[in-house]
Design a protein around this ligand. Sequence first.
Ligand code: CMC
Length: 374
Amino acid sequence: MTVDIKKGLMGVTVDETGISKVMPEINSLTYRGYAAQDLCANCEFEEVAYLILNGNLPSKKELKKFEKEERKERTLSKSLINIIKQIPRKSHPMDVARTAVSVMGLEDKEVTDNSPKANLRKAMRIFSKTPTALAAFYRLRKGKKIIAPKKKFTFAENFFYMCFGKVPNKEIVKAFDVSLILYAEHSFNVSTFTARTITSSLSDIHGAITGAIASLKGPLHGGANEEVMHMMKKIKKPENADKWINNALNKKAVVMGFGHRVYKSGDSRVPTMREYFGKVAKIKKDKTYEKIYDIVEKVMIKRKNIHPNVDYPTGPTYHLMGFDTDFFTPIFVISRITGWSAHVMEQHSTNKLIRPLAAYNGNKYRKVKVLKKR
Ligand code: CMC
């Protein structure tokens, strides 16, 4: 009997969600009905985090309460700080994020409570503490002192402050905030589906987010923003870009930061992020990567008709902001925790164990021979 296998679940609708959708009528990714680019233009990241976690944009009062709670929860326990201090300095920061969230689960008194209210409280704690854990590792591996979070700073400002000891100008912070908004949620992508699969056995949110981080690390998913930067560094100068990308395509290479399972004629997040990449390049007075960006994009569209995804502009933007390349995907994490958490809560609210089938292609039935006869 032949079975119709949908490899990679391509084109398969496995459940419903009310959190986000790419709406064809406006050709855009939407969160709870709002276009991501409208949210970038009109909101700060905390408002969008609230929207994703709670379903609606906050009133002034609701936002204040949300921000107060987020700022209160930023501090790490002494034992988590000590664990981060012991992590080998060469570790990938995605593995540090994964470990930190896992340890937060060990410390969280509500870890086994999967009620909606407890899950929202736990989501807030993971959301607030993960940037602190990552920034601590950022400092430690450079031989610098850990910087404690400051309540007077926004989520974005505080991350810069904890990594670099200072907050850059408003335009840079806005560009970072925009990247966080664009990264916050994207329906049933690999990491979110991982989180939902873990949740479907009625496991807990810390486990689901730990698994999601492992999934996001891969270069076909979140890890692509780091790979984009490696590629741009290899290209080095705009004069090399055309030859480099043509050679890569001749060798049938997969070019990171291009293509998408859902968008086949362009990722709706790219124009907004491209604009902010340009703003950051102007402030930093460095147009090298912008020029490389445009040349590679042009060749990819001309030769393959494959468009950039959001990881293409975020990579060089984070580089110009001063972040180490292996911190790009962890930045994705601190934003996507909102989307993952919303999906964990949605999965719990309508749960059905996720357990697909596989078409067996292994050995036919055979009898076991005892060891001495094998
Ligand atoms: N470079 C070169 N060729 C590509 C690329 C690319 N980036 N993306 C797709 N193709 C080709 C692919 O080789 C295939 O060609 P053929 O039909 O001749 O075998 C065709 O386009 C269809 O691609 P696919 O891999 O079957 O499509 P998919 O939906 O399974 O893959 C993807 C989507 C994102 C895995 C893929 O486009 C890719 O590997 N891109 C590079 C990694 C990347 O940028 N990932 C980030 C994804 S979006 C944001 C995020 O999740 O972080």
